[in-house]
Write a protein that binds this ligand. Structure first.
Ligand SMILES: [Zn+2]
Length: 559
């Protein structure tokens, strides 16, 4: 007992003690697979053994079968591809989850007719008169009809329900019943910065358009799901992510997300029903009062507090309202921001900040550099989200600071607009992930779902590889197109870096958490334009089956 022996040349890294064999047998052994380990060499293995939530070994089917004891569950993968569980490094999951059971989802609808059909079926499925809310996650180019819904179409789809359909953060269509319920009769009732859209004849279309602030305020007028609905939505949303091979998210807080909005995920965590690992951050909410709010919120929550299912990961994505999506902050705005992030650095907090373009990101980097003169920020793993047109100079500054870059597939929806605005030459290099990799900036994959993007990781992975917008226009050039292995690495090990987890998960190696997905098709060989159709047939989090379908369905039922 207590004597350790290395067993089998094929089981590098596996240590088995002299204890009775049964006590050491794996809980589960996956055999006959094509296991993409995403280790340093991107090795492919046949088999993987799991014990106590962790990977015991990877190797050949023959070698790992020998480890199995009478109680081990042996799963024959029949040649299927296995990947480390996908991790979105910038997904507003807590917010999306809260409303997932009560919203209508247009993600992935290929036609407007299909999207409107989802409204009709929701009207039938929900209580009479319930609000039907599409909170975003779609765009016009995804529809064959290539246009937005009209008010009349929404009324026809659900005549007896108030209907609200938001597009990005600039437009929302409401049915007459929705407007009446919210007491919005004219422009004076619309939140500041917004107004009724009018057709060429001057007649209101039913939509409200305006700046982000107006649409956020408009959304805040909608009824909130009850706490039970939020819990239900949270579980359903995490299961939906599991269906798509996801096992982790880094959640950057966001708009419309107050402290009370975290209570549903906290409850699911306390009930030990989490099926996705969440690293969450906290945002300042009230313009001008952010420092006091953050000090108060974080007084009793140290960086890293929590466990492997739910962990506090610092500040972001909004630190102050004044610096939020503002390319021209004043000196006072920057000083206020500096004070907060210096305080964060002193407390050892990580931080993520979204910034949209390279032209103005120097304002943010200059603040980070100023903090870094007193307190090295590299160990804190601060990060910047979006930044689709990052220049080599910016990426070099980030590298020097140890700041990471979370990359989203914003150009999947926004690429056509970017192409028109910045030109084809500039569009060829958005986002410049190969340059970022060469420079050595930590890169995570992700989506920014669910208001402005789909959360489907396979849509994002496909977009990494073909640079095509949802309308099918290829805008990115070969020089910034990663290969399949690199894209998968961004979405797994790359993303795990942002929550300090790259030694625990993100690849399938002995000693790491058994977070993985068995795929419906081979990610490495299926035609690129089919990658978005991939689903998981079996998703495990810490060795536990959290989703199973098709040939593996019985594994879930047995639990
Ligand atoms: Zn975001």
């Amino acid at each position: 007992m207590g004597r350790f022996t290395v067993v089998g040349a094929g089981l590098i890294g596996l240590l088995v003690s002299g204890a009775p064999a049964r006590a050491q047998a794996p809980d589960t052994v996956l055999v006959n697979g094509k296991i993409l380990t995403v280790d340093a060499q991107f090795s492919t293995r046949e088999a993987l053994a799991i014990r106590d939530g962790k990977i015991l070994a990877v190797g050949t089917s023959a070698d790992l079968r020998k480890l199995a004891g009478p109680r081990s569950r042996v799963i024959d993968l029949q040649g299927r591809t296995v990947i480390p569980g996908l991790i979105d490094s910038h997904l507003h999951a807590i917010r999306a989850a809260e409303t997932f059971a009560t919203e209508v989802n247009w993600i992935g609808a290929r036609t407007l007719a299909d999207a409107l059909g989802r409204i009709s079926s929701a009207a039938r499925a929900m209580k009479p008169g319930a609000w039907l809310i599409v909170a975003g996650g779609w765009n016009v180019q995804q529809f064959k009809e290539n246009r937005r819904p009209t008010q009349a179409e929404l009324v026809a789809a659900a005549p007896d329900n108030p209907v609200y359909v938001q597009l990005g953060y600039g437009w929302a269509m409401l049915t007459p019943l929705a407007l009446k319920t919210l007491n919005i009769a004219g422009d004076a009732d619309v939140p500041a910065g917004g107004r009724f859209e009018r057709d060429p004849a001057g007649k209101p279309t039913g939509a409200i358009s305006g700046g982000q602030g107006a649409i956020i305020a408009l959304f805040d007028k909608l009824p909130k799901p009850t706490f039970d609905q939020q819990i239900d939505g949270t579980k359903k949303f995490f299961r939906e992510l599991n269906r798509l091979g996801m096992t982790g998210v880094v959640d950057p807080g966001g708009n419309n997300l107050a402290p009370e909005d975290y209570q549903a995920v906290f409850k699911v965590w306390r009930d030990r029903q989490m099926t996705v690992r969440v690293a969450y951050t906290l945002c300042g909410q009230t313009p001008g009062a952010e420092f006091a709010e953050l000090k108060n919120l974080i007084a009793l929550v140290p960086q890293g507090f929590g466990d492997d299912m739910l962990r506090f990961n610092g500040l972001g994505e909004r630190i102050t309202a004044a610096m939020n999506n503002n390319p021209r902050p004043t000196d006072a705005d920057k000083e206020q921001y500096y004070q907060i992030v210096k305080w964060a650095a002193e407390r050892g907090l990580s931080l993520t900040m979204h910034w949209n373009n390279d032209a103005s990101v120097g304002q943010l980097l200059a603040i980070f550099e100023r903090v870094n003169m007193d307190i090295p920020i590299a160990p804190l793993r601060w990060s910047i989200a979006h930044l689709n047109d990052a220049s080599p100079a910016t990426l070099n500054r980030m590298k020097a600071l140890g700041v990471g870059w979370t990359v989203q597939d914003a150009m999947y929806f926004g690429g056509d607009g970017y192409d028109q605005q910045a030109g084809a030459e500039a569009a060829r290099r958005v986002p410049p992930v190969n340059t970022g990799t060469k420079i050595g900036v930590p890169i995570g994959g992700g989506t920014d779902a669910h208001r402005v993007a789909s959360y489907n990781p396979f849509t994002s992975l496909q977009w990494f590889l073909d640079g095509k917008t949802v309308g099918g226009v290829a805008i990115r050039g070969a020089e910034e197109t990663p290969d399949r292995a690199a894209a998968l690495r961004f979405y797994t090990l790359g993303s795990s870096w942002f929550s300090f987890d790259e030694k625990k998960r993100g690849s399938l190696e002995a000693g790491k958490l058994a977070d993985l997905a068995v795929l419906s098709q081979d990610y490495m060989t299926v035609p690129v334009d089919k990658i978005h159709d991939t689903e998981s047939l079996l998703t495990m989090v810490g060795g536990r089956v959290v989703y199973a379908a098709g040939p593996f369905k019985s594994l879930e039922d047995a639990r």
